[in-house]
Design a protein around this ligand. Structure first.
Ligand SMILES: [Zn+2]
Length: 142
């Protein structure tokens, strides 16, 4: 008895057909809080709430799965700005600790709040451009 084993069809990004999606363009549009496909519609309906769809081209934003990635990226970016600054100031000027805290804590908070929305927009834009999650209509996986 011979068993015929059929290779399961594996969906990959390359096997997807349809319009070409420019990752860098989608990333830049996401950074500006705009729809990654048309660049005109608003991506967010609130500070960190992604809209359900683009009001201009109708692109469905609900398949995005940004989750905690924007927060992790913001921590890395802000950390790479604030920590070297603290080390440089401490090494060269050594100001009193209360003064340092009065500057660095608000600086960290403000930088984080300023970066969160653009970074989340960029993550959603990249997910759309790379057809991740539900952003590819031809993906057979649910
Ligand atoms: Zn759009």
């Amino acid at each position: 008895m011979e068993t015929v084993s059929e290779q399961p069809k594996v969906w990959t990004q390359d096997s997807a057909s349809g319009e070409k999606r420019n990752v860098w363009l989608a990333l830049k549009r996401g950074l500006r809080g705009r729809c990654p496909r048309c660049g005109q519609g608003k991506l967010f309906r609130a500070f960190l709430k992604v809209a359900d769809h683009c009001e201009v081209c109708g692109l469905d934003f609900t398949p995005h799965r940004a989750d905690d990635l924007p927060a992790y990226l913001v921590i890395v970016i802000v950390g790479h700005i604030v920590v070297p600054t603290i080390l440089w100031v401490e090494t060269n000027y050594s100001p009193p600790v209360p003064l340092q805290l009065a500057i660095y804590l608000p600086l960290t908070l403000v930088l984080s709040l300023l970066l969160l929305q653009p970074v989340k927009g960029a993550v959603v834009g990249v997910q759309w451009a790379m057809r991740m999650h539900g952003f590819d209509e031809q993906n057979p996986e649910p």
